[in-house]
Design a protein around this ligand. Structure first.
Ligand code: NDP
Length: 255
């Protein structure tokens, strides 16, 4: 049984980009802690399959595919939840993409697609969620940042700008919503074993660099984000606001 301080029984969580990768692990962890979870992604089939896999494990899950960069689709998704009588208590803004290119080779369209998917989406989905959370005086918003919320690295400029923006958007959300009973915080994962990083994982030089640069001397496992996510989604974090918790094997703590 979950220690009650961290229990999410009776809560509903929407996790964007939870059809696979880190979002999927976070969704499963929130479900294990008692939450009903709404599985999101662009690909409808993957959302349905993931929600079904969670249901087969005995968790409460439903798919809700929509593109987090499409304002009309986001608004429509929340209206659909309203019609079904479902209130989102916990929002995890996790959907994201990566694009590796030197700045001088980037087109504006490429820049914008990364900013839209990784930063504007958190504003957009956060806005629709908060419109409904604020009158209820309850809500937990968890934005997924990155090591790049505080550090630069060559070839990932739009991603770094977006993730730095996530850190400060989280602070702006806390500034506006804390007194209304909401908490907005962020998680900054380090180098994790997911599809997004497959090319890096398969590159022996990069793999050696990650292991050398990370005090834990290994990549992170997606399920290792669950502890921070459950903490930030639960009553245990009711007086924590505007913070970013790095789950990175210590990488951001050392040079
Ligand atoms: P993955 O590529 O493994 O999964 C991405 C997820 O986001 C998928 O579910 C995908 O859905 C969804 N998604 C992508 N674009 C959209 C969109 N426009 N609308 C809705 N859903 C979308 O990524 P990760 O799990 O690795 O990353 C998840 C988050 O964690 C990202 O924000 C990333 O920046 C961050 N992060 C990742 C790190 C890592 O090491 N992997 C490190 C630090 C941060 P679909 O299946 O339909 O494509």
């Amino acid at each position: 049984m979950t220690f009650s301080l961290f229990s999410l029984e009776g809560r509903t969580a929407l996790i964007t980009g939870s059809s696979r990768g880190l979002g999927r692990s976070i969704a499963r962890g929130l479900a294990q802690a008692g939450a009903s979870v709404i599985v999101n992604g662009v690909n409808v089939e993957r959302c349905v399959e993931t929600a079904q896999a969670f249901s087969d494990e005995g968790f409460h899950a439903r798919p809700l595919a929509f593109d987090v960069t499409d304002e009309a689709a986001v608004v429509e998704a929340f209206e659909r939840l309203d019609r079904d009588g479902i209130a989102v208590d916990i929002l995890v803004n996790n959907a994201g993409i990566q694009l590796r290119k030197p700045i001088v080779e980037l087109s504006v369209l490429e820049w914008q697609s990364v900013i839209d998917t990784n930063l504007t989406s958190a504003f957009l989905v956060g806005r629709e969620a908060a419109k409904r959370m604020l009158p209820r005086g309850y809500g937990k918003v968890i934005n997924i940042g990155s090591l790049m919320s505080g550090l630069g690295r060559a070839t990932v400029a739009p991603y770094t700008a977006a993730k730095g923006g996530i850190k400060l958007l989280t602070q702006a959300m806390a500034a506006e919503w804390a007194e209304k009973g909401l908490q907005a915080n962020a998680i900054g994962p380090g180098y994790m074993l997911t599809d997004m990083n497959q090319a890096l994982i398969d590159n022996p030089q990069f793999d050696t660099w990650v292991k050398g640069r990370t005090p834990s001397r290994r990549w992170g496992r997606p399920e290792e984000l669950v502890g921070a996510a459950v903490f930030l989604a639960s009553g245990a974090s009711d007086y924590v606001n505007g913070q970013i918790i790095y789950v990175d094997g210590g990488m951001s703590a050392v040079i």
